[in-house]
Design a protein around this ligand. Sequence first.
Ligand code: SAM
Ligand code: DTB
Ligand code: SF4
Length: 386
Amino acid sequence: MAGLLSISEPHAGSPTDMNNQNDTNNDFLASLVSDATQAPKNVTEQYTREDIAQLFDLPLMDLLLRAQTIHRENFNPNEVQISTLLSIKTGNCPEDCGYCSQSGHHRDTTKLQAEKRLEIDKVIAAAKRAKATGSSRFCMGAAWKHPSAKDMPYVVELVKEVKALGLETCMTLGMLDTDQATQLADAGLDYYNHNLDTSRRYYEQVVSTRSYDERLDTLANVRNSGINVCSGNIVGMGESRDDRIDWVHELLKMPKAPESIPVNLLVPIAGTPIGDKVLAEGQLSVLEWIRTIAVARICCPTSYVRLSAGRESLSDSEQALAFMAGANSFFYGDKLLTTGNASQSGDDRLMRELGLTKQFAAPRAPKQVPVLDAMSGHQSRVVLAE
Ligand code: SAM
Ligand code: DTB
Ligand code: SF4
C-alpha cells in the first residue's frame, strides 16, 4: 500500500499540484493506506460505504492502479484461475429472475427448451473434457429453487466423481438449508455459487420469488458448512451506481468476504423483462463493469474476482483492462449455462498475448476421520474434521 501512495502522490511542481480534484483523490488514497504499525484490519472495518463510493468515483487510471497494486500484493498477477460451466438441469425454473433465460415465468417469450437432469455419465464426460482443456474447476448449475430430497444423492455423487478426476468442484443449485450444505460439504464440494445479484434496494425490481434475506441465509449455511463461498452480481440490469456500491458493501457486511466473486455483465436475453428493457434502451458502458471489478478487488483483496457472463461481446482490450483491474479468474469453454461464451481458441490466444498462465487445481481435501461405535468398536461412518 505504501508503494501505491508513492506512485499516486503528485510529483513536486507537476500540474497536478494545482488540481484540487486530484488533491482530494490523493488524500483519499492516502487515507486508505494502513499504518504499518497497526494490526491488519479486517475488510469490514477497512471500507465503509462512503469509502466504497469514493473508490467508484476515482479517475479510472487511479482506480486501476490501486486495484492492480493490491492485486499484486495478494496474487501472482499473471496467473488466472479458470472454470468450466455445465448446466445439469436446464430451464423451467420456478423462480422469476428478470434477467434469466431459464425462468419458467418467461418461457413463452424466451422459448427456451427445458431439459431433464443430465445423466451422471454425461456430466463426468463433460468434466473430463474440461480437465483435458486445462480447466481447474468444474461448476455445475441447476435451474432449481432448491435441490429436492431426491436430488441430493445425485448431486453428492457428482461432487465425488468430479473430485476424483482431480478437479475442484463448484455447484449452484439455488437455495440450500443447513442439512443440504452439510451433505455437500461432506462430499467434499469446494465452492458453492449463490449470487446476491445486486443491492437489497434494486433486488425487488429483479426477483420476487426469492428474498434477499433467503439468499443471505443460503450463503450463511454454505459458509458455516465449511464450503468456500462464491457470490457475485450482475452489472448492467438498469441498476444505479449506488446499487453497485451497496452490493460491494453487502459483501463486506458478511462475516468473511466470499472467496470467489463472479462479476457478471448482463447478457441481455430477448424475452426476459430485464433483457428486453436493456435491448431497447441500450447497455451500460463496459467501463462501469471494469470499475466494479476494480472496487471488488480493492475491497476483497484476497478473493478471486471472476470475469463471468458477458465476455462474448467484449474486445480483447476490454478484457485486458478487466484483468488490469484485478480480475484473476474466468469461465472457459464455448458455453456458459444457456448462452455462448468467448471461444476457447480465442481465450487461448488472448492468454498467450497477455502472458497469462492457468492456475493448477487445488481441490479441498476433506480430512476424513473414523467414527467408532462406542458399543461395538466398529467404524460406523466418517465425518469431516475441519
Ligand atoms: N439457479 C441457480 C440460482 O440462481 O441460484 C443457479 C444458476 S443461475 C443461472 C446463476 C447466476 O447466473 C445468477 O444468479 C445470475 O447472477 C447469473 N446469470 C443468469 N442469467 C444471466 C444473464 N442473462 N446475464 C448475466 N448473468 C446471468
Ligand atoms: C455466475 O455468477 N455466472 C455463471 C455462474 N455463476 C453459474 C452463470 C452465467 C449464466 C449466464 C447466462 C446463461 O448462460 O444462461
Ligand atoms: Fe432460476 Fe437461477 Fe435463473 Fe433465477 S437465475 S430463474 S433461480 S436458474
